[in-house]
Write a protein that binds this ligand. Sequence first.
Ligand code: HEC
Ligand code: HEC
Ligand code: HEC
Ligand code: HEC
Length: 396
Amino acid sequence: MSSTLMRYAPLAAISALPLALAGCELAPKESTQLGPRGAGMEQVANLGRASSPGVPPPSAYALTSREGQRARDVYPELKVLGDISIDEFGLLMANITEWVVPKDAPPEHAGCNYCHNPDNMASYEKYTKTVSLNMLKMTQVINVNWQDHVQQTGVSCYTCHRGKAIPEYSWTFRPQGRTDTILNNRHGQNEPLAVVGYSSLPNDPNGWFFVGNNEIRVNSGTIHPDGRNLADIHSAERTYGLMMRVSGALGVNCTFCHNTQNFAEWNHSRLQKQTAWYGIRMVREVNEQWIQPLAPVFPANMGRLGPMGDPLKINCQTCHQGHPKPLGGVSMLADNPALAEIRWTEAPPRPVAVVAAGVVPLQDGVAVGAAMVRGAAAQAAVEKAQALRGAASPGY
Ligand code: HEC
Ligand code: HEC
Ligand code: HEC
Ligand code: HEC
């Protein structure tokens, strides 16, 4: 190589760098300002990767009235849907079939027979009927108790199932490597997986955050530890892993929820961060109270259970599938109103709001500035902060 060439080679390499970086994603971008001007609250969309959020199938027919004979008068053994009209019941059975039963099911299992023995519709001999009864209750609980997340849009079986018996995006517990020595315990790191954007962050945000009660924390709000935040470096790494997971599931950038000026602060974030806070709690409840208890119901060796014997659980992507609102925010409840009401006993109570603009949620209350409040006082603080925030920034 001549000496001139050698002198210019590094320069050439440096000038080629932007090209190489831009090569990550070449398609045109569109950026939208979501908050105060500046780079802190901007949403960048890659137009080349735009996809449809999915279109729900039309209702088998339109529900015209909820009046008339009750379903229980005809089928006395109904456990969840007995109080609705027989017309509405028939429509819901037809729609459920469209939403959940795979199109490629063998004829003997196709349609209603996926869950029913045609000679005895009341029987629970097929495990799919037991699962469905539980899923019916779960869907009602999501739509009634978690409106802070799903609003009036709500969800149907289709939001997760999309015409398949097993929803496409799910997760199960992963076998842990050795954890008894420092040498072998990698805390799921240096093993890049898509869920954490191929970074070397701890790669099981599902198992760490989508069941149980682990705190999602990075920063300490105080210089010295004061018992309110003992987040360590692992907690920080896991939190970032989760945030990669959440962003990917919704197809958004961090600034869809956060102001990069301060990721922890609530009063500079978008309301979407609050919606997401409820989403995380909703996902935990669904997994723990509605899906995990089905473990003994699912058959083994049919892809219904993970390597640790637990059923397939949900995360944000199960519903969202890469979009900020599942199915573009289209609701299926108008023709299926029974999915948004609870008429059975032992329903879990509605969660108490412990998060809003200006207040930081803690395990058992909220922190307002330096003070810590619980219960009714926490609720009042949340409402006040919400009102203030609504008045200050009606745009977002
Ligand atoms: C994905 C599972 C699933 C599919 C598919 C399904 N059902 Fe059902 N069906 C259920 C569940 C669960 C119940 C019990 C609801 C309750 O107890 O409130 C039920 C109850 C019934 C009952 C009442 C049985 C009794 O005597 O207690 C009838 C009738 C019925 N379904 C008809 C149908 C028809 C017709 C179809 C096809 C168009 C269908 N179902 C498809 C899950 C399903
Ligand atoms: C869909 C909304 C959403 C998106 C997108 C999102 N976050 Fe978060 N983030 C949250 C919520 C909600 C919390 C608080 C969780 C809690 O307190 O339980 C949070 C917490 C955090 C925290 C912890 C702050 C603290 O209190 O210590 C950090 C840091 C953070 N996010 C960074 C990021 C980064 C980096 C990205 C992009 C890779 C991102 N977030 C994307 C909703 C989001
Ligand atoms: C929040 C997401 C979600 C919603 C909503 C939902 N399901 Fe499911 N459902 C799941 C997941 C995840 C599985 C897989 C569990 C497994 O295989 O371990 C599943 C499994 C099932 C199965 C078992 C299928 C098989 O072949 O093993 C049936 C039947 C079912 N759901 C019916 C329903 C019905 C009926 C509704 C609406 C009333 C509904 N689901 C709503 C997430 C959901
Ligand atoms: C059971 C289905 C379901 C699951 C699971 C779910 N969501 Fe949602 N989410 C919805 C629905 C439905 C809406 C739309 C509500 C509406 O129309 O405003 C929504 C809306 C949102 C929004 C507001 C979007 C906007 O444009 O304002 C955010 C943010 C969000 N979800 C975050 C999450 C996060 C984070 C998770 C996982 C921790 C999650 N969701 C899990 C059903 C779900």
